[in-house]
Structures are given as structure tokens and as C-alpha cells.
Design a protein around this ligand. Structure first.
Ligand SMILES: [Zn+2]
Length: 446
């Protein structure tokens, strides 16, 4: 479909918590929104470039601020385990055996299909063979920040850990400026898998190249005891002591924070990504998102890899985040739906370094989704809060990224899904055989 487009007769939610404009139009040209308004002022449509969106709600595409896309291959491989066992006894061995360039390309495409079908237009990925992930997300038509992983042990695309930072430097050189939709970045896995020296070098590289720096941080209560050569008494203080905690640092999870950590984060300008499903499934804990937002810290929302979720549906993620945050203080006002929707769109985009994205405004990139409002669970539709508390990814009918329609009437136009299934099938057979020969985790019977 052509890049220039006119969407007519839609209901329009241009910003979270805003008023829904009924019978509106949105005009798109060269990948950006060129005009918005009521149908009475709609421009004359050119042939073949009109989508009649009567009965549809148009809103910004969702931003998944933390994912390991290729882990679609490991969905359901090891459930009901705490983080250390899950990671060391199941995920790391499976990755060592099955992660290769081909796997990353096809399994990232599989993730892209799931995300496009559930209304995510932008994703921040962190994994290995990131050139293949970048290629897959580019081919899928998605907007993405693709961060190459760094650990201090042999990794799938970096068998020699002494080359971990230089490998990422080469990836940045390859992808900086190559695609307007793909932004390369740096992903230091965690302070318990990266030494202080590695963390410093990785952050220096990110800063020098103007690339975003991501790190899993303060995910579990046990993390502090596992940190390699701790420089502070908490994971946040460790990063602060290393000089890493600043406005170019994105802390993923940030569950276990004391009040001083919160102040350090706020003063540093670092951002946080909340991954509520992953934190609950791995029994990591419940983050202090209202406290973070209350201190002016930017917060995005991520699904994390779908092996620890097990879904990439951001509607599901927003619903859980809004509800779970009410539980700790027993306060139903602790985190309103509109604030969560903001974290899932504009704020999430800002967190991952794409400040222009996540909004429906003239001049903004045209990353938009449409939901079918003619559904029992979305009738009546009084406010955008319903998007958090009732809507699901399966309500999304149309996904537009960079002005291009990548899904319409739930048919993905940018990915040959049948081919993806064909390519993933033998890969998953290999994982099935691998899992069958591994010792089963002991499941306590209570
Ligand atoms: Zn993660």
C-alpha cells in the first residue's frame, strides 16, 4: 500500500487521558502525520489511499520498551521457576545450543508478527546476533531500538568474551544511520554477568556513539549478593559508583529499590522499564512504579522476552501494571489507567530514546493502530481507560508504522507468516529434542 494515506471517520484518541474526537480524519504523507481534524474539514481524498475507519478507535501504536524478540523459540520451554534456576539451568543452556543467526532472524520475525497483531509499533530488543534481529525488524516494517547483548562469558554471537564490547562496537558501526526505523544500541546484560570494567567500557561505547545503554538492574532481592565486585550496597548504587547512572542509562526491571536508590535514579536522569508479567512469573517482586513516576523518573513498559511472560501483548502488560501497583499500597488511585497508557506510548518512546514517537500529532511519525470498537467488551466506550482495563491485542484491526500499513483487517502485509512458521518448525523440533534429554526440574508438591 502507498505511503500516503487518508484515514476517515475514525474515533481519535491523540493522547492518553485526552478527549476522544469522534468522526475524525488523519492524513499521512512521507511517513508522518500531516493533518488531523474533524471530518467536516477533511481534505479531498486521492483514490486508493483512503481507509474508512468508521467504528474504529485510532490511537498511537504501543511501545514495548524491553523484549528479547528471538526468545519466541523458548516460549513455554521452562515455566514455574525462579529467575536463577530458570536462567542458569534452562535458558542459558538452550541459548548455547540453539541461538544462531538463522534462529535470531526467523524467531525475531515471529515476535514481530505477534507484536504487529497486538498493536505494538515500536520495540526495544536486546539479544545476540543483533544484526539479524535488526534485519528481521526492518523487514517486518517495525520501528525498533536493537541493542546488542554483552556478558562476561561466552555468548552465542560472542564466543570469546574478551571481544564482547568490540563486537557491539562493530554492530553499531554497521547499523547507525542505515535504516530510519532501526536504531542500534548497547545492552549490558546485568551487573551479575558483567564486571565493573565491562560495564564501564560498554557505557563509554554507548555514550561515544550516541547509542542508548540498557541494563537489567535490581530485578530480584538476591541480585546484590551476585554482583561482580560490587561498588555500592545496592545495584543502583553500584551503577552510580561506576559513573554509569545518567540520562543515557535505561534500567530494566528496577524492582528492588530503597528510597535512596529512588533519589539517585531521579537525580541521575536515568530511565526505567517496568516488566510486570515477567516480575510476577519469575516471582522477582513488585516494582515501585508510582514512587518512580512521583519523582519524575521516566518509565516505559516492556514484556521482557516471552519465555518469561509468555505473551508479547502490551495491552495485557498495561492491564497488569495498572492493577498490581494498587495492591502494595492498597490504594486504587496509586497508578491510573491514563498514566499507564502514557508509559505504554509517549513515555516508553522517550525512555528508549525515540522522543518523537508514541503520539498522534501533526509532524509526528505515523505509527498508529486502530481498534474495533464494535465489540461487546468495548461497548459502551466512555474513555481511554478501557484500553488498559478491557482491550486486548486481538482487538487491533490495523497497524501503521512509518506511514505504511503493515496490518489491515488483521492480515499482516509486511511478513510472510506461513514462511515464518515453516522456518521456525524445524528450529522448535530441535529445542523439543534438547529439552527431552535434560533433567526435569523438581516440582514441590504442597
Ligand atoms: Zn529482559
Amino acid at each position: 500500500m502507498a505511503n500516503d494515506l487518508l484515514i476517515t471517520n475514525c474515533s481519535l484518541l491523540s493522547e492518553p487521558g485526552g478527549v476522544i474526537g469522534h468522526r475524525s480524519f488523519v492524513e499521512i504523507g512521507a511517513g508522518r502525520i500531516t493533518a488531523i481534524g474533524p471530518m467536516s474539514s477533511s481534505p479531498e481524498p486521492a483514490k486508493d489511499t483512503v481507509i474508512d475507519a468508521a467504528g474504529k478507535l485510532l490511537l498511537p501504536g504501543l511501545v514495548n520498551a524491553h523484549n528479547h524478540c528471538a526468545m519466541t523459540l523458548f516460549r513455554g520451554l521452562a515455566d514455574d521457576l525462579e529467575l536463577a534456576t530458570w536462567l542458569k539451568e534452562h535458558i542459558f543452556p538452550a541459548e548455547a545450543a540453539h541461538v544462531n543467526p538463522e534462529m535470531v532472524y526467523w524467531c525475531t520475525l515471529l515476535a514481530a508478527a505477534e507484536m504487529i497483531r497486538s498493536g505494538t509499533t515500536t520495540v526495544a530488543d536486546g539479544y545476540f546476533f543483533s544484526g539479524q534481529a535488526a534485519r528481521a525488524l526492518h523487514d517486518a516494517g517495525m520501528r525498533a531500538v536493537v541493542a546488542h547483548g554483552i556478558v562476561d562469558f561466552p555468548a552465542p554471537s560472542v564466543p570469546d568474551p574478551s571481544k564482547n564490547v568490540t563486537t557491539v562496537a562493530a554492530f553499531l558501526d554497521q547499523w547507525l544511520g542505515r535504516s530510519p526505523r532501526i536504531t542500534p544500541a548497547v545492552f549490558a546484560h546485568a551487573p551479575y554477568t558483567c564486571s565493573p570494567q565491562t560495564l564501564r567500557r560498554a557505557k563509554e561505547l554507548a555514550d561515544q556513539q550516541g547509542a542508548r545503554f540498557f541494563i537489567h538492574l535490581a530485578e530480584t532481592q538476591a541480585e546484590q549478593a551476585l554482583i561482580i565486585d560490587p561498588q555500592g550496597s545496592t545495584p543502583v548504587r553500584h551503577l552510580a559508583e561506576l559513573g554509569i547512572l545518567d540520562e543515557n542509562c535505561v534500567c530494566v526491571h528496577a524492582v528492588w529499590l530503597d528510597d535512596y536508590d529512588l533519589d539517585l535514579l531521579a537525580d541521575s536522569g536515568a530511565a526505567v522499564v517496568a516488566c510486570p508479567h515477567s516480575n510476577l512469573k519469575l516471582a522477582a517482586g513488585i516494582a515501585r512504579i508510582p514512587d518512580l513516576l512521583g519523582r519524575g523518573i521516566s518509565v516505559g513498559i516492556g514484556t521482557d522476552g516471552c519465555a518469561s511472560n509468555n505473551s508479547l501483548d502490551m495491552f495485557r502488560e498495561m492491564d497488569l501494571l495498572a492493577k498490581i501497583m494498587k495492591l502494595r499500597p492498597l490504594d486504587a488511585t496509586a497508578l491510573p489507567a491514563s498514566a499507564v497508557l502514557r508509559c505504554g506510548t509517549t513515555e516508553g518512546a522517550r525512555v528508549i530514546g525515540l522522543a518523537e514517537v508514541g503520539t498522534v500529532a501533526v509532524g509526528a511519525p505515523a505509527d498508529l493502530i486502530m481498534l474495533d470498537q464494535r465489540s461487546p467488551h468495548l461497548t459502551p466506550f466512555y474513555s481511554g481507560d478501557l484500553l488498559v482495563y478491557a482491550a486486548a491485542g486481538s482487538d487491533v484491526t490495523t497497524t501503521i508504522i512509518d506511514g505504511t500499513v503493515v496490518m489491515h483487517d488483521r492480515q499482516i502485509l509486511s511478513i510472510d507468516l506461513a514462511k515464518v512458521y515453516r522456518q521456525v518448525a524445524p528450529l522448535s523440533e530441535g529445542v523439543r529434542r534438547f529439552a527431552a534429554h535434560r533433567p526435569k526440574p523438581a516440582v514441590p508438591v504442597r
